[in-house]
Design a protein around this ligand. Structure first.
Ligand SMILES: [Zn+2]
Length: 336
């Protein structure tokens, strides 16, 4: 398989997880002469009354570290299933869904976009309410330029359709779900972004995201993630998580919290400036010990999210406390 060790590793995981993991191919993508499968995997209790967490990665082909973090996490889970009774117990209360390599065509060619030149994070049918930054906010000028949305009025790319289908069928059918989409972003800090990307208005579930943030920092005081609505940085057209979040809003009895992990890639560039001269190096830690540190750091977060999803009844705020938390979020992020 040309230049795609991540897909080989994913297939090894599927093979060794037989009997535990359910795996299927949700679509196929052609890149030059090769056809790549896009996999979806799941494990845990499928009862539709129970909560579910979806782990997503590899949306942007250049950001291999997002896929690698998820593969590392899945490997760890499979190893623990051999001996860890508490994990088996946990999986009776929660369902885990994985789509760790959504854009294998782009990753095989080391491009951010898919093989058609479309940025899958600009491809959903949703328009920004305000002004978006030139190109970066999504455009329809040419697939040769980054952040291309695709042609107006055409169907979404097969990878976007597959992602949306998996979320609609596997997450939004449950009363409570969290999605975490792993990217590598600019900046020094690890960030957790939440909607909106298309609008500067606060979401109705900001209180729940704040409660989750508080819980995480209480549980892991030495691990800091910066939580922010994406629109604080810039607005974009076509954000697939905004699109799905708005869809989920149509059923008010359900809660869907989509999060994007933006791993601070300047952390590794700062320590090894020669990476500035390589596209792969900009978005991925190259030195082995640094890669291991990045993988380790984010295991804590993924493991936490799995447990927080299973026990969401114990930390979600209700009534006046929830209202106060929502108001605190508005003060923190929207009134500056
Ligand atoms: Zn990305």
């Amino acid at each position: 398989m040309p230049n795609l060790p991540e897909l080989r590793e994913l297939e090894r995981i599927i093979e060794s997880g037989r009997g535990h993991l359910e795996a299927s191919v949700v679509c196929e993508v052609k890149a030059y002469k090769t056809i790549f499968p896009v996999y979806q995997l799941s494990i845990g209790n499928p009862d539709p009354a129970l909560p579910v967490i979806g782990f997503f990665g590899g949306v942007h082909g250049l950001e291999r570290i997002g896929t690698q973090v998820l593969l590392h996490f899945m490997r760890g889970l499979l190893a623990r299933l051999e001996w860890d009774k508490s994990l088996h117990h946990l999986l009776k209360d929660v369902r885990l869904v994985f789509m760790p390599l959504i854009n294998p065509g782009g990753m095989s060619q080391s491009t951010r976009s898919n093989p058609n030149g479309v940025d899958l994070m600009r491809n959903a049918p949703i328009e920004a309410e305000g002004k978006v930054p030139f190109l970066l906010g999504g455009h329809r000028i040419s697939p040769r330029l980054p952040w291309y949305r695709g042609l107006a009025g055409t169907a979404m790319e097969v990878e976007s359709q597959a992602l949306i289908r998996v979320v609609q069928e596997q997450l939004l059918t449950h009363p409570f779900s969290i999605a975490v989409d792993c990217h590598s972003g600019f900046g020094l800090r690890d960030r957790v972004w939440f909607p909106h990307a298309h609008s500067v208005h606060p979401i109705a579930h900001m209180a729940d995201i704040m409660a989750l943030e508080e819980l995480f920092h209480q549980t892991h005081p030495n691990t800091r993630y910066l939580f922010e609505p994406q629109s604080m940085h810039y607005q974009t057209h076509g954000d697939v998580w905004d699109y799905l979040y708005l869809q989920a809003q149509q059923d008010r009895s359900k809660i869907f919290l989509p999060l994007t992990l933006e791993m601070g890639s300047w952390l590794w560039v700062k320590k090894n400036p020669s990476q500035l001269f390589s596209l792969h190096g900009l978005f991925n830690p190259i030195v082995e010990h640094r890669l291991h540190r990045v993988l380790r750091r984010h295991m804590v977060w993924l493991d936490f999210l799995m447990r927080a999803t299973a026990s969401h009844d114990n930390w979600m705020q209700q009534g006046p406390r929830r209202c106060r938390m929502q108001e605190r979020g508005v003060q923190r992020w929207y009134r500056r």
